[in-house]
Design a protein around this ligand. Structure first.
Ligand code: 3SL
Length: 241
């Protein structure tokens, strides 16, 4: 297994496709996706465009759908949900499809959707993703951070590091053998430094600060937990996990 980390969709190569690609948006899209599926949601369908989301979700029975939308961290008006995983209770999501569009996370998923295996990962479901990778042994794995509007984000990189670190620890491979690019080594270093205080790291992160200004401390606390959900969000048709 060779792992490559790309900090943003923009930095992700366009001329090749890996066997397995993983989108990461710890704050908060992939944390929300994992939470919805763990809570019994029928599926999650992602859109970068709000009009397209409206048009496709209109075709779905009203009692079987939920619309979630975030722009600039805030809920899109007229949608049932924003992008807080804490709102995705089993009571609300069970048996329903979540149609979601967010600023960066859904773009990362769309960027990698041509790969044969597409996963969504966050810290909360890190071990389920790692377990799958260790069983499946894809030759090449890309971990793509969502970042924020084209810029690096600490929370996505630390999650990429958490995944790579766990694979490294559970195989006989050397770091050199698994690291496909320098970003893997630096992501592992970031995770090693902060693994016991991920919430503290989120307080340093620019998007963490943005969410704190929006009074989303509980979201930060929830998303900073590691390995709490045994769920593997995997794309089964384009844009649907
Ligand atoms: O950018 C995104 O995709 C979102 O996850 C951002 S937010 O955390 O919902 O503000």
């Amino acid at each position: 297994m060779k792992i490559f980390v790309y900090h943003t969709p923009e930095l992700t190569p366009t001329e090749a496709t890996p066997e397995c690609a993983i989108a990461v948006d710890v704050l908060r899209a992939t944390s929300t996706i994992a939470t919805v599926l763990a809570a019994g949601g029928e599926a999650v369908q992602v859109f970068s465009d709000l009009d397209q989301l409206m048009a496709v979700s209109e075709q779905w029975p009203a009692e079987k759908r939920l619309r979630a939308g975030e722009r600039g961290g805030a809920k899109v008006s007229g949608f049932e949900l924003g992008n807080s995983p804490l709102d995705c209770t089993a009571e609300l999501v069970q048996g329903r499809r979540l149609f979601i569009s967010t600023t960066n996370g859904t773009r990362a998923l769309q960027r990698i959707q041509q790969a044969p295996i597409v996963l969504a990962a966050a810290l909360i479901n890190r071990s389920a993703v790692v377990k799958f990778l260790l069983e499946k042994q894809p030759e090449t794995i890309w971990i793509v951070g969502s970042g924020w509007e084209g810029s690096f984000s600490l929370e996505d990189t630390v999650c990429a590091g958490a995944i790579a670190h766990s694979i490294w620890q559970q195989t006989d491979s050397s770091l050199e053998e698994i690291a496909g690019n320098d970003e893997v080594t630096s992501a592992i270093a970031l995770y090693s430094q902060w693994q016991n205080d991920l919430l503290g790291l989120f307080h340093q992160a620019s998007h963490g600060k943005r969410l704190l200004r929006l009074e989303c401390l509980e979201d930060l606390k929830y998303c900073s937990q590691t390995d709490i959900l045994d769920v593997l969000p995997m794309q089964h048709e384009a844009g649907v996990l």
